[in-house]
Write a protein that binds this ligand. Structure first.
Ligand SMILES: [Zn+2]
Length: 345
């Protein structure tokens, strides 16, 4: 089967965006603040928003299942306070849960965390618990920069984040390291901030002993790992110069890269440089780059084509990238799929 480990609900009904705008308006004018219950989206609206979009493209491209989380750029953890993020995350996660319930064969949830600038990450634990225990979610998205491009939080290796890691380890769920909208004019959200953050997260891990403290903690670094695979020699050289162990033992038991790289040469490089056990198939569709590449005539984010065409991969490598690596990195996904097979048997 083909598992896409990186999909967001970018096509949610317009009522969600309208509710969020009201919530933001309520921050300065409390009279306009909506209640969570003011948002009403029917199952039919949810179905329509998925059937003609993500599901349509999944079926066209032969993708069986997507790990589905709330729209990343809408998380905007820099807006409002902890309570703002709590309400917003709960709403967005519930919608992803409902999508997974409406299309159980094709979607399984990953949680947005109610992070907020300056808030202790342990405040995210109750929402994480709810999403795993009640919704059957299999992962979280962890924003290393809730300030939205100003980098005001400690690095991911800091004990600041440990309460969250303790819960992730207890539940055996990975985090996709995923920033949100940039409110720093220097960084375009999806063109710079996302890729910067991927690279930054990797380097924070490299310079630290995070995975000595948490040997089973797992991070998925999206967007092909930012600049990491392209500059693998630099990172290996820095690890050596900084007296760190070789990257294979230092990081590659815990850090994985997805295939959201939108051209063949990029995927060729990724699959040559990064060990195949550390690569997870993903497309992040329908996302930031949803157009058609005039050079190929296919969507930029139709990443399956690049994996299928990558010359360095053998059949068993593709099997790992498409399915078995994801089942290893997301054990709760594996368990859900096994339970499903048993029911069918
Ligand atoms: Zn994403």
């Amino acid at each position: 089967m083909i598992i896409d480990c990186h999909g967001h609900y970018t096509t949610a009904p317009a009522a969600l965006d309208a509710w969020r705008k009201q919530q933001i308006a309520g921050l300065t004018d409390p009279g306009r603040a909506p209640r969570a219950s003011d948002l009403r989206i029917s199952d039919d609206e949810l179905r329509a928003s998925i059937s003609g979009n993500q599901l349509k493209q999944m079926l066209e491209r032969g993708i069986d299942l997507t790990i589905f989380s709330p729209r990343a750029s809408f998380m905007a953890h820099h807006i409002g306070d902890l309570e703002t993020s709590r309400t917003w995350a709960a709403i967005c996660n519930e919608l992803c849960c409902r999508v997974a319930e409406l299309f159980p064969e094709h979607f399984i949830g990953a949680a947005m965390l109610p992070q907020s600038l300056g808030a202790d990450p342990k405040t995210c634990v109750p929402e994480l618990e709810r999403c795993v225990n009640e919704y059957g979610f299999v992962a979280v998205n962890l924003n290393p920069d809730p300030s939205g491009g100003h980098w005001k939080s400690p690095p991911l290796s800091d004990r600041h984040w440990y309460p969250l890691y303790e819960k992730m380890v207890e539940y055996d769920i990975p985090a996709m390291v995923h920033v949100s909208t940039s409110c720093n004019a220097c960084f375009h959200t999806t063109g710079a901030h996302y890729l910067n953050a991927d690279t930054t997260a990797f380097m924070q891990c490299l310079t630290s002993d995070l995975f000595r403290d948490f040997p089973t903690l797992r991070f998925v670094i999206p967007h092909g790992g930012g600049a990491v695979p392209y500059h693998w020699g630099r990172f290996r050289g820095l690890a050596q110069a900084l007296d760190r162990p070789p990257l294979e033992t230092h990081l590659l038991k815990n850090v994985f890269f997805d295939t959201c790289v939108y051209h063949q040469a990029g995927v060729d490089l990724l699959t040559k440089v990064i060990p195949v056990d550390n690569i997870l198939f993903a497309s992040e569709m329908i996302g930031a780059v949803r157009g058609i590449d005039p050079q190929t005539g296919f969507h930029f984010d139709d990443t399956r084509r690049y994996i299928d065409a990558a010359a360095s991969l053998k059949k068993e490598d593709r099997q790992k990238i498409y399915e078995t690596n994801a089942r290893r990195v997301y054990p709760r996904l594996d368990a859900a799929l096994r339970a499903r097979t048993e029911i069918l048997a």
